[in-house]
Ligand binder design. Structure first.
Ligand code: NDP
Length: 480
């Protein structure tokens, strides 16, 4: 006899992946429930991409005022009110939360408010804020609970903020220390510097943004220092003490001390898999707690699927959306799609920003002979301002096939430029295709189709960076 369940699909977590999977599954006619105990939209909408980008946009105005002088404007020194930025950001996020709610409800998805736990291969328990617990059954369960920022384990760690906290600070810290050398650390270094804070950023290794192209990392390092950010490498946070004045005293690994108003640890994110009931159910997780899935996102328990940051593949919203969509299409839309993690573009909204798609020079050289094309130039806008900032563009080409396998840009609107080139790379574009493409003049992006002179092959002994080897992104498809 066929089982009868409350739902065809019950999704745990209404973030990017969960909402997309729920909506798509419902649009194919599935009966869908989704549990969420926080605001709808998950990390990206509430404490990630969206509020961060709004803050990045806000923090650019300072240099816009400065640049305006070169174009004939006389600008009074602007004043900045943190509370206005936060209030307006909160209003926009609340609007997006409502949009997510209506998107789900519009498709007939039942939203269950509360914290969910898997209690069987087809059962979840959802406990609401007032302690009421409801049990739901579903033919398929989808875990899309995302991740959370990691915390430092040092004396005084309780005084150290994580990125979630930044979006609700009561005031702009005048002096901030940022620990870490990844996406979040460099992005917030730019935000706080742009808004007028004194920023010190420390990174434990030789050069931040490990995993990115070396030229990109060096370029951003120079530009951030040039802007006035106190960047310190081979440096870590040893301890923190809160002084009676309310200030924080940070002791660094080199023994130096800093007095600060805030310290942010941006030292990676970890999957939200504790207390989900995974272990009891036999859902296989890795050392970090990330759920292991096969190439259809099925876990070791056949009725349980997982997508998004909780599976620890690529922690990017558009990847989570694609994964959620694949699950819904495969289960209810008659598709048999597999994920494609080749040429996933990404951007770091640092200042200046970075965008990249494909292989770094180091990754490519490790596999085949390459031709490198590079250009560093002053963006046109800056030619009439006092700000002297360089833009970097770089192409990595496989010599034997002439195929462009990597595009790297550092500078204004890098992400807007690289998105289109990501299509070209996915289509297998060759350098000769780039060369035969007419540029749009005058733009920065035209540089990518006008680079003709390849860089001389490097003297490899000169280019070795003494650091941990770059982590190669390994996507593990488990056999379940
Ligand atoms: P990342 O993994 O990008 O960077 C973590 C950084 O913290 C690294 O520099 C790492 O150093 C350092 N680190 C790790 N542990 C410690 C420690 N115990 N003490 C000191 N330093 C430490 O993580 P983020 O938190 O910046 O971001 C998480 C993920 O979220 C990103 O990888 C990205 O996928 C996603 N994201 C994407 C954004 C975008 O698309 N624009 C924006 C923000 C986040 P080391 O290199 O030596 O390991």
């Amino acid at each position: 006899m066929a089982h009868s369940y409350d739902f065809d699909l019950f999704v745990i977590g209404a973030g990017s992946a969960g909402v997309r999977a729920s909506r798509m599954a419902a649009s194919f006619g599935a009966k869908v429930g989704v549990a969420e105990f926080q605001a709808l939209g998950g990390t990206c909408v509430n404490v990630g991409c969206v509020p961060k980008k709004l803050m990045v946009i806000g923090s650019h105005f300072t240099e816009e005022w400065q640049d305006a002088k070169g174009y004939g404007f006389s600008v009074e020194p602007p004043t900045f009110d943190w509370s206005v930025l936060i209030a307006n950001k909160d209003r926009e996020i609340a609007r997006l939360n409502r949009v997510y709610q209506s998107l789900l409800e519009g498709r007939g998805v039942k939203i269950e408010r509360g914290r969910a736990k898997l209690v069987g291969p087809h059962e979840v328990e959802v406990t609401s804020a007032d302690g009421e617990t409801k049990r739901h059954s579903a033919e398929t369960l989808l875990v899309a609970v995302g991740g959370k920022p990691s915390r430092l384990q040092i004396p005084g760690a309780e005084h150290v903020l994580i990125s979630d906290d930044i979006f609700h600070l009561k005031e702009l810290p005048r002096r901030i220390l940022i620990v870490g050398g990844g996406y979040i650390a460099v992005e917030f270094a730019g935000v706080f510097h742009g808004l007028g804070a004194h920023v010190t950023q420390i990174y434990r290794g030789a050069l931040f943004l490990r995993g990115f192209d070396r030229d990109v990392r060096v370029h951003l390092d120079q530009e951030m220092r040039h802007r006035g950010i106190d960047l310190r490498f081979h440096c870590d946070l040893a301890s923190v003490e809160k002084l009676p004045s309310g200030e924080l005293r940070a002791v660094l690994s080199d023994g130096s001390e800093l007095l600060l108003d805030a310290i942010l640890a941006a030292v990676g994110r970890e999957p939200n898999t504790k207390e989900l009931g995974l272990e009891a159910l036999g859902v296989q997780v890795d050392r970090r707690g990330a759920i292991a899935v096969n190439d259809s996102f099925r876990t070791s328990v056949p009725s349980v699927y997982a997508v998004g940051d909780v599976i620890d593949r690529i922690q990017l919203t558009p990847v989570a959306l694609a994964e959620g969509m694949i699950v819904a299409r495969n289960l209810y839309g008659g598709a048999q799609a597999k994920p494609d993690y080749e040429f996933v573009p990404s951007a770091v909204f640092s200042q200046p920003s970075i965008a990249t798609v494909g292989l770094t020079e180091e990754e490519a050289r490790a596999s085949f002979a390459v031709d490198i094309y590079k250009s560093s130039f002053t963006p046109m806008k800056q030619s009439m301002t006092e700000r002297k900032e360089k833009m970097l563009m770089k192409l990595v080409v496989e010599r034997a096939s002439d195929r462009v396998v990597g595009v790297h840009v550092v500078g204004p609107e890098a992400a807007e430029i690289v998105q289109g080139f990501a299509v070209a790379l996915k289509c297998g574009a060759k350098k000769s295709d780039f060369d035969s493409t007419i540029g749009i003049h005058p733009t920065a992006a035209e540089e990518l189709v006008t680079m003709r002179e390849r860089c001389p092959d490097p003297d490899v002994s000169q280019t070795v960076l003494h650091e941990e080897p770059t982590p190669r992104r390994v996507i593990r498809h488990h056999e379940f």
